[in-house]
Design a binder for this molecule. Structure first.
Ligand SMILES: [Zn+2]
Length: 232
């Protein structure tokens, strides 16, 4: 019991262990899959956004690229038809919490509500596929990880961070993604949360560059099928 408490305290207090690129010690998570195949998943967080999601959907359709959108429940409630358009366009959607709050240090009840309320709305709107989760800011703690395990949910994180939310410039977003990508990578981008004009332009350049390198784009669910069992 004491050993468990010590371990729990260390984990809760360790800033590193709650960050997106640290290992998740409980439950099933994925940041990248292990494969030799040149497959990669584009993921877009924080939508749906009335300003940017339709433009992104048009761009993805133009290039025939499927993607995965991690939706914020409260934003889905504001734009239900737009949320439906995402999956009706052939993309995967995931749960990015209800209110996009950091879920570390929160009670089990409130974290569970953040997850289940968003799932319930997506189901109500007709999304019938398995719903993966992605924590806001990628921050995970024991409560969240344990809950995801008990709900049999995959925590879909990422290994390629572009810092697009900071609008660092199209060249930096594109260059950062193309330099860091490897077979089986999951790239983090955003279609909500602010002005996403740079992300939009960079997404087109990332698609063109990676296609030229021989990469194929798949959803996160499709990516998992390529996993040779060792998740990293
Ligand atoms: Zn987010």
């Amino acid at each position: 019991m004491i050993a468990w408490l010590v371990a729990a305290t260390v984990i809760v207090c360790s800033g590193w262990l709650i960050t997106p690129l640290s290992p998740q010690l409980i439950g099933r998570s994925v940041r990248r899959i292990s494969t030799q195949e040149k497959v990669v998943a584009l993921t877009f967080d924080d939508g749906p956004s009335a300003d940017w999601t339709p433009k992104l959907l048009a761009l993805l359709a133009r290039h025939e690229v499927p993607a995965t959108f991690f939706l914020v429940g409260s934003r889905v409630a504001k734009h239900p038809a737009l949320a439906q358009r995402i999956w009706q366009s052939g993309h995967q959607v995931g749960n990015h919490s209800w209110s996009h709050t950091i879920l570390v240090g929160k009670s089990v009840v409130s974290v569970r509500e953040e997850i289940e309320k968003t799932d319930a709305l997506l189901h109500e709107l007709g999304y019938m596929h398995e719903i993966y989760f992605r924590a806001p800011y990628g921050c995970k703690g024991i409560v969240l990880s344990s809950l995801l395990r008990s709900l049999h949910k995959i925590h879909a994180l990422f290994d390629v961070i572009t810092w697009d939310w900071d609008n660092p410039g199209v060249a930096q977003i594109t260059g950062g993604a193309c330099k860091a990508v490897r077979p089986g990578s999951i790239i983090l981008l955003h279609d909500g949360g602010g002005d996403r004009s740079q992300t939009l332009q960079a997404t087109e350049e990332i698609i063109l560059h990676l296609k030229n390198q021989g990469y194929r784009f798949v959803t996160v669910a499709q990516l998992l099928a390529y996993d040779s069992a060792n998740r990293t």
